[in-house]
Ligand binder design. Structure first.
Ligand SMILES: [Fe+2]
Length: 238
């Protein structure tokens, strides 16, 4: 687990390499865009993909819960790829999700892909959730002032290495009082933080925060390293 925290809206957070954001003060894991059952959705439309994406995603989440000791989870929408996703969970993935939901207080935020459908599995369902003055919602709302943490855009960044070559990693997009979390789902596609959609959504050109096993790498929207994090800047291994 990364040991470098990210200060945001007066609170300390731990971005984790798996893609989740841990909020120690709330004992809460926040994650976005699980897109569970995306594989079975595409299989139903003639695109055959291995049907193991849900279990892979949930096993990563189970490890994150175990390693952080989180007692609450907030899933920021598009937790399933479509409204029928909950009914297509295979038994092993269904049991893994049920075990997770039985071990923590679970909050589903509604998304544009899944609406309220995940709530059929239990947990609390919200259009948005405000904790300590920070809004947790699916998609950034630039017209609403105040700090927010959202998902929806699946941010990634391509970084030029000092040793040559380039690597692309999922990242947090951060601008002013707004954070956009990377997609957590195994099959979710990603959007580069240099895309104009981020400026429209966040009201400014974002920086990227890449969580590594030993700390945070902060870059600008072009992937150039920015001001070092608390642990100092880190070179990304390919
Ligand atoms: Fe979305």
């Amino acid at each position: 687990m990364g040991d470098v925290s990210l200060s945001f809206a007066g609170c300390d957070f731990l971005p984790l390499p798996c893609g989740a954001l841990f909020w120690p003060g709330q004992q809460m894991l926040i994650l976005a865009d699980l897109h569970l059952e995306k594989g079975s959705y595409f299989a139903g439309h003639g695109w055959l993909l291995p049907p193991h994406d849900s279990l892979d995603t949930l096993q990563r989440l189970e490890r994150a819960v175990r390693e952080t000791g989180a007692r609450r989870i907030a899933a920021l929408g598009d937790s399933f790829h479509d409204n029928d996703g909950p009914s297509r969970l295979l038994p092993e993935a269904r049991m893994a999700l049920a075990a997770l939901m039985g071990s923590v207080e679970w909050h589903w935020i509604t998304g544009n892909h899944d609406g309220e459908s995940a709530g059929t599995l239990g947990g609390f369902v919200h259009a948005e959730l405000v904790i300590d003055g920070i809004a947790l919602r699916h998609e950034a709302c630039p017209g609403i002032p105040g700090p927010e943490i959202s998902g929806h855009f699946h941010p990634k960044v391509t970084i030029s290495l000092r040793t040559g070559g380039r690597v692309t990693r999922r990242c947090i997009a951060m601008a002013g009082q707004r954070l956009v979390l990377p997609a957590y789902g195994a099959y979710a596609g990603d959007l580069d933080i240099g895309d104009p959609a981020f400026v429209r959504a966040l009201g400014g050109r974002p920086r990227g925060v890449v969580a590594l096993s030993g700390g945070l790498l902060k870059v600008d929207a072009s992937g150039r390293p920015g001001p070092a994090g608390r642990s100092g800047g880190k070179e990304l291994a390919a």
